[in-house]
Each structure stands twice: as structure tokens, then as C-alpha cells.
Design a binder for this molecule. Structure first.
Ligand code: UDP
Ligand code: GLC
Ligand code: MN
Length: 327
């Protein structure tokens, strides 16, 4: 099975945490396939080292960005232009067949049977089920297809500003041509679907094999109390099911964080964890809970369209900075 691989993508240290948990979850469920992570140049060296411990191959790729502000605004995700980078997975021609999985997915069971499917197999998108969701898909690496996809981007762009718009345009007969290319929803269960059709989740949710933390809020956006093993603050976000979030954090805090601490040493990074004493909300032993990148690196990322629009580079913070100059 050396010619088949699970592939993911992380262009920064936050998504790298997601990739680490995904990789660990695949290993925990004893996949027989190779694990590959594509990374962008902004992933820090300590994160790369941890990825190397978990994945068989860490491949540095060029960032591709749609820079399509209009469509991305419609999607309410200005940060997703860079998901065009995902298309580079077709260049992994050392493999004959691969399964791409977003870095915000996690497996709950062995899913090696996905390799029985053909390109392009994927599950329906919960928002528009005649489109497939590009968070999990089966594909065949090919430089020819890669070239055709890039040409498609130049000629047609993406209707959502991200890779999913391109891929649905390119593999446009997915909805109608071949039912075997429709992956069951249990291979890409997004938390959104849980809340929009709760009775179905109650009926079938126990069969889920892959969860997808689709949407703006990601598991690593939360703060986790390692002592109490609970999420802190407001966890009412309807995009997340607490059970799966806790499973993600369990893997992250036990299997990933020790490696991150070791590699980062004294260098600051955002672990997302606190250890709370006495249940009084007083945070004790706050480790490494500061932003992970220097302002020079942030400037570079901003200039390359890689701003953290929803986090540190959000409008409010920019406004505050401008106000501080005007005082
Ligand atoms: N991604 C990345 N860096 C980014 C944004 C996205 O590496 O800044 C990758 C990552 O693998 C992620 C995927 O692209 O899982 C798709 O983005 P996301 O999962 O945030 O989209 P959603 O599933 O929420 O629509
Ligand atoms: C989707 C998919 C994600 C993709 C994004 C942009 O919601 O879940 O994988 O990157 O749209 O097209
Ligand atoms: Mn995703």
C-alpha cells in the first residue's frame, strides 16, 4: 500500500495543529497507508519537526491564493483564498491514489476502505448537496490533471473563492454521473449538519467515521483546561459538537502538545491550554499562551494575503492600532 496516501494541508501553525491531530487520529486507527502533509513556507520549524514525527512525508509547496475577495466575502471566509494551495495535491505522483482530508477533520475509525473509490469521490456539502464538500475526497495524482486544474482556475476562477468552487466546476458531473463517487455522509460529518438535522444525527451519528470542524471556529480556537479536561469560555457555538471537540482536544493535549512543548522549548507559541486551579476560573500554569509569530512574520503574511482576519489581524485590532497612533 506504499503507493497510496492520506494527504492534508497546513499553511500556518494553527492549521498545522489540526494536521497533527488528524495524523495522530489516522495512526490511532491503524491506517495501512502513508501519511503526507503539504505545508506552506510560514509553518515554523518546530511545527515542521512535529509534523515529521507524525507524517511519513512533509512536503513544502508554494502558496496559491485566489485573491478573490468578492466571492470569499460571500462565503464569509476572507481567509480561504489560500485553499487553492490544496490543488497541489495532484502533484504527489509518487502515489497512484490518495485521499485528501482537510486539516480540520479527524477520523473516528479506520477509513482505509476509501481507497476502494475512484477519482473524484466525495461527500455532499451540507449547504448545497448537489456540490461535494472538498474537505474529504479521493483523487489520483497526475501532473496533467494538476495543470488542467490550474488552467481552470485562471480561465473560470472559483464560484466560492476557494478550492471547493474550482473542484466542483472541474468535476462538474459529480452530482449526476456515478453514484459510487458519492461518499456516504459519515465520511465527512460536519458539525453544521448535526444542528440542522438533529434527528438524523441521533439516528445515524454513531456510525460517523470522519468529523469535519467546518466553519470559522476551529477546535484550536478554543481554550482547554487540561486539569479539568473541559473547554473554557463560551462553547455554545452551534458549529461544534462538544463530544467531538473534546475528542480533538484529548488527542491534541495528550499526543501532540508534549511534542510541541519539546520542539518549541523557550520559543513562544499558542498552546491553547491552561490548567485551572480550584475551579474558580483562575488560570494557573499558563504555558506558552502567547501569539506564535513575530510581527515581522505577521507583516510578511499580511502582504501575501495571509492575514489572520478573524484573529489577531481582525478589524478591531487594526482600528485599535490606528487609534493608538492618532492619540
Ligand atoms: N487551510 C490552510 N490554511 C489556511 C486556510 C485553510 O492550510 O489559512 C487548509 C486546511 O487544510 C483547511 C483547508 O485548507 O482544513 C480548508 O479550510 P477550512 O477547513 O478552514 O475550510 P472549511 O472547511 O471551514 O470551509
Ligand atoms: C468548504 C470546504 C473546504 C474548502 C472551502 C473553500 O467549505 O469545507 O474544504 O476549502 O469550502 O472552497
Ligand atoms: Mn475544513
Amino acid at each position: 500500500m506504499a503507493d497510496q496516501a492520506f494527504v492534508t494541508l497546513a499553511t500556518n501553525d494553527n492549521y498545522a495543529k489540526g494536521a497533527m491531530v488528524l495524523g495522530r487520529s489516522l495512526r490511532n486507527h491503524k491506517t495501512s497507508r502513508k501519511l503526507v502533509v503539504m505545508i506552506g513556507p510560514h509553518v515554523s520549524n518546530p511545527s515542521r519537526t512535529v509534523l515529521q514525527h507524525i507524517f511519513d512525508e512533509v512536503k513544502l509547496v508554494d502558496l496559491l491564493d485566489s485573491r478573490d475577495a468578492t466571492h470569499l466575502a460571500m462565503l464569509k471566509r476572507p481567509d480561504l483564498g489560500v485553499t487553492f494551495t490544496k490543488l497541489h495535491c495532484w502533484t504527489l505522483t509518487q502515489f497512484t491514489k490518495c485521499v485528501f482530508m482537510d486539516a480540520d477533520t479527524m477520523v473516528l475509525a479506520n477509513v482505509d476502505e476509501l481507497f476502494d473509490r475512484e477519482e473524484l469521490s466525495a461527500a455532499p456539502d451540507p449547504g448545497w448537496p448537489d456540490c461535494f464538500n472538498s474537505g474529504v475526497f479521493v483523487f489520483r495524482p497526475s501532473n496533467e490533471t494538476h495543470g488542467q486544474l490550474l488552467t481552470y482556475c485562471t480561465e473560470h476562477g472559483s464560484f466560492d473563492g476557494g478550492d471547493q468552487g474550482v473542484l466542483n466546476g472541474f468535476f462538474s458531473d459529480w452530482a449526476t454521473a456515478d453514484i459510487s463517487k458519492h461518499l456516504p455522509f459519515i465520511y465527512n460529518l460536519s458539525s453544521i449538519a448535526i444542528y440542522s438535522y438533529l434527528p438524523a444525527f441521533k439516528q445515524y451519528g454513531a456510525n460517523a467515521k470522519v468529523v469535519h470542524f467546518l466553519g470559522q471556529t476551529k477546535p484550536w480556537s478554543y481554550t482547554y483546561d487540561t486539569k479539568g479536561k473541559r473547554l473554557m469560555g463560551d462553547v455554545q457555538d452551534p458549529c461544534m459538537h462538544p463530544t467531538y471537540l473534546l475528542m480533538w482536544w484529548e488527542i491534541y493535549s495528550t499526543a501532540v502538545l508534549p511534542m510541541l512543548f519539546k520542539e518549541f522549548g523557550d520559543q513562544p507559541f499558542h498552546s491553547g491550554c491552561v490548567a485551572v486551579e480550584n475551579g474558580d476560573g483562575k488560570a494557573a500554569g499558563l504555558h506558552h499562551n502567547v501569539p506564535s509569530i513575530s510581527s515581522e512574520e505577521r507583516k510578511q503574511m499580511w502582504e501575501q494575503g495571509q492575514a489572520d482576519y478573524m484573529g489577531i489581524d481582525c478589524f478591531d485590532n487594526i482600528q485599535k492600532k490606528l487609534d493608538s497612533f492618532l492619540k
